[in-house]
Design a protein around this ligand. Structure first.
Ligand code: PTR
Ligand code: PTR
Length: 311
């Protein structure tokens, strides 16, 4: 870790930005054929953000519709955990049913949302779950979604959802974590708030796993955590980077942000969208290291703090 800190202090903001620009200019290393098939084009939120074929999440396919296996979502590995995450775009009105089908089929327990539904006068993501305890259930084909409870915190909200498959009447619990203070193409104002959020997400996944008992025995960390923002690349990529780097730090006391971002980008194209997000990962990791006893003193990092007019 001290090597990492030295590296960051030496590189400074400008050096890290250069490092990121270099990663960003490499062209994607994979194909986007399914995302480009005409019937699937409408399922992509942004025409310029496509979804890799080699890691995409395959939905069940109905005989009637051979394209029904497509959703804009990719498996992304965690630290020593294959497919720890599913990174995906914010559902569209006509892809909510696919989204819930994915959650069902992949047996997802936790959903992380790092965007608001509405930002800067634009809809960034469909309201795909009932927003309040008293809201009506929402129905998407054979899935019914009900909100059981909602807890608000300073920077995030946790919603306990119940997902019913009305074909079989099977009911499952899903936890929904929404981070509220992360602007599109920006970074959270406060790294500690983000780290606290991440910690809550992980604890929730492990306690839900425990509640399920034997079902996930042998799979220490269980099914993938679904992570999405609007496009599912910028903020989602940043979240996954932090989770992976913290796990590695915990185990080996080392940090490798560049390598982590490169690996994530090889599974989910375009992950991490701005130099600010890349710099933020460094700052957050150092703050984490300090708060958790991996570092005894904080170097001068004022250079890395979010810049006022960065957006
Ligand atoms: N074409 C969109 C745009 O430039 O606005 C694509 C886009 C949107 C890319 C949002 C990234 C975005 O951020 P995030 O992945 O954090 O939602
Ligand atoms: N609107 C997005 C943007 O301009 O950032 C669209 C986009 C997304 C364009 C990714 C290019 C992208 O690739 P890369 O992140 O590799 O530059």
């Amino acid at each position: 870790i001290s090597q990492f800190v030295e590296y960051v202090v030496k590189k400074k903001r400008a050096g890290l930005i250069k490092e990121y620009e270099e990663i960003k200019t490499r062209s994607p290393d994979g194909t986007f054929n399914s995302a480009r098939v005409r019937p699937n084009l409408l399922k992509n939120r942004y025409t310029d953000v496509l979804c890799y074929d080699h890691t995409r999440v395959l939905l069940s396919q109905s005989e009637k519709d051979p394209m029904s296996d497509y959703i804009h979502a990719n498996f992304v590995d965690g630290y020593k955990q294959k497919n720890a995450f599913i990174s995906t775009q914010g559902p569209l009105p006509h892809t909510c049913a696919d989204f819930w089908r994915m959650v069902w089929e992949q047996q997802v327990l936790v959903i992380v949302m790092t965007t608001k539904v509405f930002e800067c006068g634009k809809i960034k993501c469909e309201q795909y779950w009932p927003p309040e305890e008293l809201s009506e259930d929402q129905i998407y084909q054979n899935f019914k979604v009900s909100t059981k409870s909602l807890s608000q915190f300073d920077n995030f909200a946790v919603t306990r959802l119940e997902l019913t498959n009305t074909d079989t009447n099977e009911i499952r619990q899903v936890s929904h974590f929404r981070f509220n203070s992360w602007p599109d193409f920006g970074v959270p104002q406060n790294a500690v708030a983000m780290l606290d959020f991440l910690e809550k997400v992980r604890k929730c996944q492990s306690s839900m796993l425990q509640d399920l008992g034997d079902k996930w025995a042998g799979h220490q960390r269980g099914p993938p955590i679904v992570v999405h923002c609007s496009a599912g690349i910028g903020r989602t990529g940043t979240f996954c980077t932090l989770d992976i780097c913290i796990n590695r730090l915990e185990e080996t006391s080392t940090v490798d942000i560049k390598g982590t971002v490169e690996r994530i980008r090889s599974q989910r194209a375009y992950s991490i969208q701005t130099p600010e997000q890349y710099v933020f990962c460094h700052l957050a990791l150092i703050e984490y290291a300090l708060a958790n006893g991996f570092l005894s003193s904080l170097p001068d990092l004022s250079d890395l703090k979010p810049q006022e007019d960065s957006d």
